[in-house]
Design a protein around this ligand. Sequence first.
Ligand SMILES: [Fe+2]
Length: 167
Amino acid sequence: MNDTLEAFAAECHKILKLDSGASGIEAVREKLEPLLLDKKFIATYLGEDNDSARKIIYEDAELGFCILAHVFKGYNEAPPHDHGPSWAIYGQAAGKTEMTEYDEIGSHSDGQIGLAKPVKSYTLEPGMAVAYQVGDLHSPKRDGETRLIRMEGQNLEGIKRDKYQRA
Ligand SMILES: [Fe+2]
C-alpha cells in the first residue's frame, strides 16, 4: 500500500469511526476528490498496467469499508441500483461517467423488480466524486474507457441486491 493510500484510509477510518452517517460519508467524499487528481496515486492504482474491472485496494479490518480501483472498458449502461445495505462513493479518475439518480415509484416486495423514475442526470469528470447513501438509486453510463476509485461501506461481494428497472 503506498503512503497516499495509507494516509487516506487512516483519515477515512477516523472520520467514519466518529460518524458513519451521511455527514461522515460526505466528509470522506470530499477527501477522495483531490486523490483522483494525484498523478502518483493514480499511476499506482489505476495506471496503464492495470486493466482489472474490480480490485479491492483497501479493506478496513475494523469498520469494513472498502476502497476499490476499477478499469471499465467500452460502452456500458448499468440498470438503476442501490448498494443493498451499504453506501457507495464513485470517484472519477479518467474518462467520463454519465450518472442518473432515481426515485422508486411505489415499493416492491422481496424478489420483485422495483420501478425507478429518473430525477437527475449529470456527468462525472476526473477529480469529481459523488456519494450515494444507503438506498439511493443510481445508474452509471459510459461511452468508452473509464477509471474510477470507488468506496463502499462494506465488501458487497456475494451480497444479494434488489433489482430495478427504469420507468
Ligand atoms: Fe452503484
